[in-house]
Design a protein around this ligand. Structure first.
Ligand SMILES: CC(C)(COP(=O)(O)OP(=O)(O)OC[C@H]1O[C@@H](n2cnc3c(N)ncnc32)[C@H](O)[C@@H]1OP(=O)(O)O)[C@@H](O)C(=O)NCCC(=O)NCCS
Length: 373
């Protein structure tokens, strides 16, 4: 029998005895049922992957619809601060939106996202950020693809361009040095604020190896790797480059035989480096070397309060006022009117919709892969 809408409670925050049900639902929908055809079922790993979202101290940020004690739709919000050269942005990461298959298509997903927007706004977040394959579902809710991420590629043919790690002591014994690594990270031009516990948790759960480079006992660079992908790094650009060359050597297996390669896969490794779009630091160095790279979206972004966002970024030169459900911007005698999704591209790029305020926008914004949910 189809349940009556009034039997479903929510959207509201998750109760202490509902957290396990949220994980059951998220694992069912995003792992078990989200297995590509013909492959073994994906393991239920939402709890392991996102312990910083789905924990008893974050129940207010876990939004649910519940029917007779059973969680039928849920989403997690992961609060975080991104430090940019223009100011700190408070970011709500949207994690594991899921509706039970028997409850889909009746507006629960839409309503829980609207509730998440309200909650993020109430908590002072400037923007929401998420990764998804269902962009058009989120577009209806005011989200748009935006922000920039560079992905650099190395294999055996170009890794030799990076400087020899001569004199660099490389170790994977990173745990005793968390504070030093975290301090190094804070010197990057765009970074997130993490305490030592958060740093350890993210490195353990979002990466599978962490390499540290030291000279005369002092840490000069580190890199967090997942598979053959560098999820994050920190340090002076030459030191990070040396370390990544050493990392490549450790990831590369010299015994691999090219004639016994598994079908559809490369025979030997390709190391990907995920990085902010910067003319300085490691990305600047790799661009100068002509290392192949692509530019992609950071994710989907929703600006929760454009006026507050502009104040946080100290973009006082641009006036922004609401105008008939859109936003009117003026700057040095020029003006333009944009809807909320166009505003995402204007502020975060990569596409340039107009030449308006091209000297100020898009701004530098990046959330490192380990911080993303
Ligand atoms: C994405 C997901 C959460 C949507 O949940 P939902 O509760 O079905 O969401 P809604 O009912 O609000 O919207 C779903 C569709 O039904 C339509 N719809 C909404 N209310 C409706 C109603 N009362 N009657 C009929 N259709 C309706 C929506 O317009 C939407 O259409 P679309 O598929 O063309 O975008 C759900 O499909 C799901 O769990 N998918 C798998 C996991 C996933 O992809 N999660 C997102 C990870 S980023």
């Amino acid at each position: 029998m189809t349940p009556q809408p009034d039997e479903i409670e929510g959207p509201r925050s998750c109760g202490p005895y509902e957290l396990a049900g949220v994980l059951d639902l998220a694992n069912l929908v995003l792992r078990t049922l989200n297995t590509p055809e013909g492959r073994p079922a994906r393991w239920p790993s939402i709890g392991f992957d996102y312990p910083h979202v789905f924990h008893p101290g974050n129940l207010e940020n876990i939004r649910v619809f519940v029917r007779r004690g059973r969680v039928v739709c849920s989403v997690g919000i992961c609060p975080g601060i991104v430090r940019t050269p223009r100011g700190d942005l408070s970011v709500g990461g949207i994690c594991a939106l899921a509706t039970h298959p028997e409850y889909r298509g009746r507006g629960l997903g839409t309503r829980i996202m609207e509730d998440a927007h309200r909650k993020m706004r109430a908590d002072g977040h400037h923007i929401g950020l998420l990764s998804t394959l269902i962009q058009d579902f989120y577009r209806k809710l005011g989200w748009e693809s935006g922000g920039r991420q560079r992905v650099f590629m190395f294999d055996r043919g170009n890794i030799g361009l990076l400087p020899e790690p001569e004199g660099l002591e490389v170790t994977e014994d990173w745990r005793p040095r968390i504070e030093e690594l975290n301090r190094l990270r804070l010197r990057e031009p765009v970074t997130s604020i993490r305490d030592s516990d958060r740093f350890r948790l993210l490195m353990e759960r979002r990466t599978n190896r962490v390499f540290v480079g030291a000279r005369e006992g002092s840490v000069v660079a580190y890199a967090g790797i997942s598979g053959a992908t560098v999820q994050e790094y920190a340090g002076a650009r030459e030191e990070v480059a040396c370390l990544l060359r050493a990392v490549f050597d450790r990831l590369d297996d010299p015994r691999v035989s090219t004639s016994q390669r598994p079908p559809g896969q490369r025979a030997t490794i390709e190391m990907r480096i995920l990085a902010p779009e910067l003319g300085e630091g490691l990305p600047g160095l790799l661009m100068e070397m002509g290392v192949p790279h692509s530019l992609g979206y950071l994710g989907m972004i929703r600006i929760l309060d454009p006026e507050r966002l502009f104040r946080a970024l100290q973009i006082r030169e641009i006036q922004i006022v609401p105008s008939d459900g859109r936003w009117r911007l003026s700057y040095r005698g020029a003006a333009c009117t944009l809807d909320e999704r166009e505003l995402v591209k204007m502020v975060f790029g990569p596409e340039r919709l107009t030449r308006f305020a091209a000297d100020l926008l898009p701004m530098l914004f990046y959330q490192w892969a380990s911080d993303r949910v």
